[in-house]
Design a protein around this ligand. Structure first.
Ligand code: ZN
Length: 257
């Protein structure tokens, strides 16, 4: 089995050698190290440049949008073979750590840079409970982006089925995390059969969202097998087949040969 963790973060004091070795021992063969701000993008670039089968993305999470309101020019330095996407970018109206208008402006700038760099984008989208402002704003922005030739993934999707289907109709990929192992996440498990087999990506979003039975611990790519196991059971598919399929999808989405 060759697992691909398509979304995790190596911020702070993560020891890259240890992280990599422990994950490899658990059959994680491919890694997409995601940058949620400038510093994390730098560390992800270092990880990718120094380890085999590690690639990276660079961007600013909506929480950090306020740090690059005027310009995202500092992200121009990220380029080259190992850079496979722009992200993590998007809208978060739940925590709203940055003003909504600021979030939209910065998201727009990153979508444009995805087009300019000819890279797909990794999107984070979260609404306040019982609202769908983030999804509708995100959808209309992504719609324009797709018209201009853009490709995207909505990572860690936990929203309504109707929005998910709209993103899928636009050509989007859907990322699934360890949330599906959480006892109370039946709504997220119910989405799995509605994700087309060729649009499904597995991710941990480490260090967050450690799957059962590791809840409360620091998450790691090493635990992605738990996500795979649960998705396979929801898809009623042998796990080997599910892993092969999702790993292939990741190569296609990130344009890895
Ligand atoms: Zn993330």
């Amino acid at each position: 089995m060759k697992l691909f963790d398509t979304h995790f973060h190596v911020g702070g004091d993560v020891d890259l050698n240890e992280y990599y070795d422990k994950s490899r021992e658990q059959n994680v063969e491919y890694f997409m190290s995601v940058g949620a701000d400038y510093e994390e993008s730098i560390k992800s670039k270092f990880f990718a440049n120094n380890f085999e089968n590690v690639w990276y993305t660079a961007g600013a999470h909506p929480h950090h949008a306020k740090d690059c309101y005027d310009s995202i020019a500092m992200f121009d330095e990220f380029e080259g073979e190992k850079l496979k996407a722009v992200g993590e970018i998007g809208l978060d109206y739940f925590y709203e750590n940055s003003d909504r208008k600021v979030q939209r402006k910065v998201f727009e700038m990153f979508l444009e840079s995805g087009l300019k760099k000819n890279l797909p984008v990794v999107i984070h989208c979260r609404d306040k409970d019982n609202e769908d402002g983030a999804y509708s704003d995100c959808f209309s922005m992504v719609q324009d982006f797709v018209k201009d030739g853009g490709r995207f993934e909505v990572h860690c999707y936990t929203g309504e089925k109707s929005w998910m289907e709209k993103f899928i109709d636009l050509g989007g990929y859907i990322g699934v995390t360890g949330i599906i192992t959480f006892p109370r996440a039946q709504n997220v498990r119910d989405l799995i059969p509605h994700i087309p087999n060729d649009r499904l990506l597995l991710e941990t979003d480490a260090p967050y969202l450690a799957p059962v039975p590791y809840r409360g611990k620091t998450n790691s790519s090493a635990y992605i097998i738990e996500v795979a196991r649960k998705v396979a059971s929801e898809k009623v598919m042998p796990i080997e087949e599910l892993v092969q399929m999702t790993t292939k999808n990741a190569h296609t989405f990130f344009n890895i040969r």
